[in-house]
Design a protein around this ligand. Structure first.
Ligand code: GLN
Length: 203
């Protein structure tokens, strides 16, 4: 059964996420159709969802204005996988300490936007991630860090600060896996999560 993957496409690395999803699905011998989510009414068709980086204030504003936000919540409530990266993590969090971000509260974490300092606005680091055998080439771009972690599991930390977490069907990273050819984190988010359900797999 073919999968439908949605990439929230109001802003950010949409094509890169689509490519990583296609590669991850191909490695699993799963057919996938990737659709871009710019309006409400499409998320309910999706088995998998990705929420890219970009500017969290803008993404938050647009997904609420377009009626996409409650559909993302329903997707996660139904146990379907969501992979949120960078600004996506900020929007998915419980609290981003910024009035301009209306958080979805899908992850029981608080985040600090732009936490890694101006001189290191962008950097790449080999990151040990729980669930991966080899370090992941993590690209940080004006990345957030996670402060308080409630019921989420920390999968990776950098400089002593959590930068990848998982809670139920949601996996989130402060960095940008879609900007590398390495699709192991997309695979982990969508297929390596025994607490997530992909509807079509059981059809
Ligand atoms: N700094 C951005 C924000 O706070 C996130 C950057 C990114 O997604 N690369 O929204």
């Amino acid at each position: 059964m073919s999968l439908t993957a949605g990439v929230v496409a109001v802003q950010g690395d949409v094509a890169e996420h689509a490519g990583a999803i296609e590669r991850a699905c191909a490695r699993r011998d799963r057919d996938v159709e990737v659709i871009e989510i710019r309006d409400s009414g499409l998320v309910p068709d999706c088995d998998l969802l990705a929420m890219p980086g970009g500017e969290s204030t803008t993404i938050s504003r647009l997904i609420h204005a377009d009626g996409i936000a409650p559909e993302i919540r329903e997707h996660v409530d139904a146990g379907k996988p969501l992979f949120a990266t960078c600004a996506g993590l900020i929007v998915a969090s419980r609290d981003a300490a910024d009035d301009r971000v209306d958080e979805l509260g899908l992850l029981d974490v608080t985040v600090e936007r732009n936490a890694f300092g101006r001189q290191r606005d962008s950097f790449e680091a080999p990151l040990d991630v729980d669930g991966l055998d080899e370090p992941f080439p993590a690209v940080f771009i004006r990345a957030p860090a996670i402060d308080e972690v409630g019921s989420a599991d920390v999968l990776a930390s950098w400089d002593g600060r959590p930068v990848a977490v998982r809670q139920g069907p949601v996996l989130a990273t402060a960095f940008h896996p879609e900007l590398t050819p390495d699709d192991r984190l997309h695979d982990l988010a969508f297929f390596g999560n025994d607490r997530a359900t992909i509807e079509s797999q059981t059809d």
